[in-house]
Design a protein around this ligand. Structure first.
Ligand code: NAD
Length: 267
């Protein structure tokens, strides 16, 4: 039976992850659930908050080596919090599944460095559909290449803090890699004040933040006379949580190293 620590357990994804782990009770259980020290959910049974039934795990404010017994930690929190959890898992030799987005280059490098000591699966989007889309985008970019204009549009709920989404950036990176472009140089974020025609080699990003949209992404490859659009729409956070559960089972068997959701899915 795998023991799973869920950090940020009172968050939108945290609660969904608790629900997903309870749906896999034959193979895993939540053994630790953390929330911020000032969260009203501190000390509450996380099952009551997430699935309306106690599971015998009260939330704590911090991971502590004498009390926090787990095999794999799932982290969907904030970049700063993830850095703290990374140091804890390195020191205690535990595996991690990281879904936090908005990580800086420096923070991504820190994850890569720690992955020489422990197994880490880090993905800006854990849904099977989005990871399939990444493969489709590689193919589309290979076929349509520099002949088309490429634009990435994403929409998320009003509470999302980072923009563009980690998924949109990942989509841009995948396409830029195939086309031998550097996303840092070719990305255009919004076009206010633009006074020249579009440069074919750019990749444009548009961000929408509204209401309770779980996560929509569309990549448009537009030429003169036709366009191809690859779209993914998430309608439930359970799609991300189910991917994280798959990753937990997979990474529990792995040696140290940095892995992607594509590795988990064998894509
Ligand atoms: P949220 O704000 O609802 O939840 C984050 C929770 O983490 C909050 O409850 C916050 O209090 C808690 N937290 C922050 N620091 C903490 C700490 N040090 N210890 C314990 N708890 C802490 O946000 P969300 O919508 O659940 O998203 C969380 C992250 O996951 C975001 O970066 C989001 O973009 C990302 N996300 C990734 C995927 C994916 O598939 N990879 C899918 C959805 C969301």
């Amino acid at each position: 039976m795998l023991k799973v620590a869920i950090v940020g357990a009172a968050g939108r994804m945290g609660r969904t992850l608790v629900e997903a782990v309870s749906q896999n009770s034959s193979t895993m259980r939540v053994s630790v659930a953390t929330v911020l020290a000032d969260d009203p959910a501190l000390g509450v049974d996380i099952g009551l908050l997430a699935i309306g039934a106690a599971i015998g795990v009260k939330t704590v404010a911090e991971l502590a080596s004498d009390e926090s017994d787990f095999d794999v930690l799932i982290d969907f929190t904030s970049p700063e919090a993830t850095m703290g959890h990374l140091a804890y898992c390195q020191a205690s030799n535990k595996a991690m599944v990281i879904g936090t987005t908005g990580l800086s280059n420096y923070q991504q490098q820190a994850i890569q460095a720690v992955a020489t000591d422990i197994p880490i699966m880090c993905a800006a989007n854990m849904s099977v559909g989005v990871n399939l889309c990444l493969k489709l985008l590689e193919q589309a970019a290979r076929v349509l290449g520099d002949a088309v204009d490429i634009e990435i549009t994403e929409a998320h709920h009003r509470f999302k803090k980072d923009a563009p989404s980690g998924t949109a950036l990942k989509m841009g990176e995948v396409i830029a890699d195939i086309l031998d472009r550097d996303l840092k140089e070719c990305a255009v974020y919004g076009r206010e004040g633009a006074s020249e025609e579009r440069d074919r080699k750019t990749i444009g990003f548009t961000t929408i933040r509204a209401g309770d949209i779980v996560g929509d992404h569309t990549v448009t490859f537009a030429g003169l006379g036709e366009r191809v659009e690859v779209t993914h729409k998430a309608s439930s956070r359970m799609t991300f949580a189910s991917g994280a559960i798959r990753a937990v089972k997979w990474i529990a068997e792995k040696e140290s190293g940095l892995y992607s959701m594509q590795d988990v899915l064998g894509l």
